[in-house]
Ligand binder design. Structure first.
Ligand SMILES: [Fe+2]
Ligand SMILES: [Fe+2]
Length: 221
C-alpha cells in the first residue's frame, strides 16, 4: 500500500496539473475578451493567471522537495468559452472545483501529520494559503459575473432583448443632477408611461429636474 507521502504527492500532482491548466486558461480567456471593451476584466484575468503560476511553483516545490516525488508536467483539461459571461462562469466553476479538491488535500495533510515530520508545517501553510487565494479568485469572479450580467451586458448586441424578456428593467441616474429614472414609475408628467424601460424612452425626453438629454444618464442597480 502507498504511504501517505506518496498519496499526497499523487494528489498534489493532480493539483499541479489543475494549476497548469488554470494558468493557460486564464491567459487564453484574457486574450479572447480583448477588444470587447473589458480592460478591467482582462487585467484581472491576467493577474489571476499569475497567481496560478505562483501556485504551480509552490506545488512543484512541495512535490519535489518535501514529498520526494517527481512533479507532473501534464495539464488538466482546459475549458473553452465564447463570451465574457461564459468566461467568468466557467472559471468560477473551475475555481470551486479546485477549492473542493484542495480542501481534501488539506485534510489529508492534517491527517498525515505524524508521517510528515519535516514537511508538515510547510505543506499545511502552503496549501492553506493556496485555498485562500482560490477562494479570493472565486469571490472576485462571482462579483465580476454579477456586475457583467447586470450592467455590462449592454456591450453585447443580444443583451437588450434578453433583458426585457427576463430581468426587470434598470434604473438610470442623471449624471448632472442625480435624478433617478425608475422604469416602474416612468415620467407620466412628461408623457412616459409607468413600465417604460429607459431604452424605450424617446430621445427627445429630457431630465425633469435639470433638462439635460438622455445621453447624460447612467445605468444604476
Ligand atoms: Fe491556483
Ligand atoms: Fe485560482
Amino acid at each position: 500500500m502507498e504511504n501517505s507521502k506518496e498519496q499526497l504527492a499523487k494528489m498534489m500532482n493532480y493539483a499541479l496539473e489543475l494549476e497548469h491548466a488554470a494558468r493557460i486558461q486564464y491567459l487564453a480567456h484574457a486574450e479572447l475578451v480583448k477588444g470587447l471593451n473589458a480592460e478591467a476584466i482582462i487585467k484581472r484575468l491576467e493577474e489571476i493567471a499569475s497567481d496560478e503560476e505562483k501556485h504551480q511553483v509552490k506545488f512543484r516545490n512541495m512535490i519535489g522537495n518535501y514529498l520526494g516525488s517527481e512533479p507532473s508536467m501534464s495539464m488538466a483539461q482546459t475549458h473553452k468559452a465564447k463570451d465574457i459571461e461564459n468566461i467568468l462562469g466557467i472559471n468560477l466553476k473551475d475555481e470551486k472545483t479546485a477549492i473542493d479538491f484542495y480542501k481534501t488535500i488539506y485534510k489529508k495533510i492534517v491527517d498525515s501529520k505524524d508521517d510528515l515530520p519535516y514537511a508538515f508545517e510547510t505543506l499545511e501553510h502552503e496549501v492553506r494559503h493556496i485555498i485562500m487565494d482560490e477562494q479570493e479568485h472565486a469571490a472576485e469572479l462571482a462579483v465580476l459575473l454579477c456586475f457583467n450580467v447586470e450592467s455590462g451586458a449592454a456591450a453585447k448586441e443580444e443583451a437588450p432583448s434578453k433583458k426585457s424578456a427576463g430581468t426587470p428593467a434598470s434604473k438610470y441616474r442623471c449624471k448632472v443632477c442625480g435624478y433617478i429614472y425608475d422604469p416602474e414609475k416612468g415620467d407620466p408628467d412628461h408623457g412616459i408611461k409607468p413600465g417604460t424601460p429607459f431604452e424605450e424612452v424617446p430621445d427627445t425626453w429630457a431630465c425633469p429636474e435639470c433638462n439635460v438629454n438622455k445621453a447624460q444618464f447612467e445605468k444604476i442597480n
